[in-house]
Ligand binder design. Structure first.
Ligand code: NAD
Length: 492
């Protein structure tokens, strides 16, 4: 089973290990894939190092690298149906959602393809007519890219596209649960003209196949998207060799609804914010923070609508949302809800697995609403990463901001109000990396994405997303050289 892509070749796990990939919707076997060890990842790092130090990619003109990325975007569009199907089988996500993701993935490659050749650095005013000073942007080197299972190819695209645009080589280690679209992407990168050794792929468990990417001295940068606990391990390991580190971690994202918000819009987006992809979204609006006077009406309507959400597998045309990724994750969500109820949260709906034959073998959980949660409690500080909405209330604008900022995370948040000036004031005061006003979840490849506080550091997307993969170098030239006589020894 040759599923690793190393130095331009498809290779098998050195230890001959394999892993079964099962569809979360019904437990059916999707495929068996190679399972990597440290040795496999070290081989991939060596290939990426060689391609960076001796290969053509880092010095390929930036616009040519951009052309390659534009070809990748075209190829992704050509193959979008097979990619979307593979993503849905691995994640259990509805096919229509995987199809949306494909459009975003192609757009990401297109954005960085166009950005690649635009910035040739800058000239600095030295204040000296006999000196030229310029800043160039160079690739960082070998990048270790570690991605999660919830948006497997999208998260991968956010790293691979800027890494390639900047002229780096990389080793990608996707989530062990969702490897297939990464395997498919490697084929497209080759077809688009990425040279051998530039793009490398290993599969397997994080502590085994992933860990060398944050530990190995030949890796110059590690970009990680995943949970906070793993992010801490990655950052600590990377510190030993002082790698550049980018962390895109979890969130506990506030969705603030003022009493003057358009009611139907607020209800609709409150549902999408938290229940899209069964809550397995890092930016899920899992904390509804509603103004006191609107609380009863809004929560009653959210509960009524949540109970009508139709659940099913990826190819069920009637389904509006799907399963959780695994039995282990489902059990984690169950423990989260049980702890919240023990703390005093009021279960308004959900809180259990759905019943029925169509759910057999899958990891489904009903959309759940927990009312009356207390600020600072487990329910509002910890990420469930499942279809669970907690509800808190606020009195006025200051109170809303204080509650929404009372979290060690800082990834994203929403504000719903019909007062434009209040919306902007609140957005400015929220300590989160993305704020949506009267909307939830849209992102743009040209707009930076990333977290404040313990949601991580570094940014993906936008010009800053490219800069993450570049080193700035200052080159200073004295154009009228001559002795400076700082030291006097040459005068006697
Ligand atoms: P995870 O932390 O368990 O795993 C993420 C990746 O890290 C996987 O590829 C895994 O194999 C790898 N890994 C695990 N241990 C490792 C180690 N010791 N060294 C190196 N790699 C290791 O996260 P997950 O369960 O796959 O994803 C869910 C989490 O990701 C949630 O917390 C979610 O909020 C977060 N997330 C954040 C963003 C964002 O943009 N901020 C986006 C998507 C998901």
């Amino acid at each position: 089973m040759a599923d690793f892509f190393i130095g331009g070749q498809w290779v098998a796990s050195q230890a001959g290990r394999t892993r079964e990939i099962r569809c979360p919707a019904n437990g059916s076997l999707v495929a068996e894939v190679a399972e990597g060890t440290r040795e496999d990842t070290e081989a991939a790092i060596a290939a990426a190092r060689d391609a960076f130090d001796n290969g053509p990619w880092p010095s390929t003109p930036s616009w040519e690298r951009g052309d390659v990325l534009l070809r990748v975007a075209q190829l992704l569009e050509r193959d979008k149906a097979s990619f979307a199907r593979a993503e849905s089988l691995d994640t259990g996500k509805r096919l229509v959602e995987s199809e949306y993701d494909m459009a975003d993935i192609a757009a990401c490659f297109r954005y960085f393809g166009k950005l690649a050749g635009q910035d040739s650095g800058r000239v600095v005013d030295t204040g000296n007519p006999d000196a030229i000073s310029r800043i160039t942007y160079e690739p960082v080197g070998v990048c270790g890219l570690i991605t999660p299972w919830n948006y497997p190819l999208l998260q991968t695209a956010w790293k691979v596209a800027p890494a390639l645009a900047a002229g780096n080589t990389f080793v990608l280690k996707p989530s062990e649960l969702t490897p297939h679209t990464s395997i498919m992407l490697m084929r497209l990168l080759m077809e688009a003209g990425v040279p051998d050794g530039v793009a490398n792929l290993v599969l397997g468990a994080g502590p085994e196949a992933g860990a060398p990417l944050s530990e190995h001295p030949d890796v110059d940068l590690v970009s990680f998207t995943g949970g906070l606990a793993t992010g801490r391990i990655v950052a600590a390991a990377a510190a030993a060799t002082v790698k550049k580190v980018a962390l895109e971690l979890g969130g506990k994202n506030p969705n603030v609804v003022f009493a003057d918000a358009d009611f139907d819009t607020a209800v609709d987006f409150a549902l999408t914010a938290v229940f899209l992809h069964s809550g397995q979204v890092c930016s899920a609006g899992a904390r509804l923070i509603v103004q006191e006077e609107l609380h009863d009406r809004l929560v009653d309507e959210i509960v009524r609508r949540a109970e009508r959400i139709r659940i099913g597998g990826p190819f069920d045309p009637d389904a509006e949302t799907g399963p959780l990724i695994s039995e282990a994750h489902l059990e984690k969500v169950e423990r989260y809800v049980a702890t919240a109820i023990d703390e005093g949260a009021v279960l308004r709906t959900g809180g259990k697995r759905p019943e029925g034959e169509k759910f057999t073998g899958g990891h489904y959980y009903l959309p759940t609403v927990l009312d009356g949660v207390k600020q600072g409690s487990f329910a509002v500080t910890e990420e469930s990463f499942g279809p669970v909405l907690t509800v808190e209330t606020f009195t006025d604008e200051d109170d809303a901001v204080r509650i929404a900022n009372d979290t060690h995370y800082g990834l994203a948040g929403g504000v719903f109000t019909s007062d434009v000036s209040k919306a902007q004031r609140v957005a400015n005061r929220l300590r989160h990396g993305t704020i949506w006003i009267n909307d939830y979840h849209p992102y743009l490849p040209q707009a930076e994405w990333g977290g404040f506080k313990q949601s991580g550091f570094g940014r993906e997307l936008g010009p800053t997303g490219l800069a993450e993969y570049q080193e700035a170098k200052h080159i200073y030239q004295n154009t009228r050289p001559g002795p400076q006589h700082w030291f006097s020894g040459d005068q006697g």
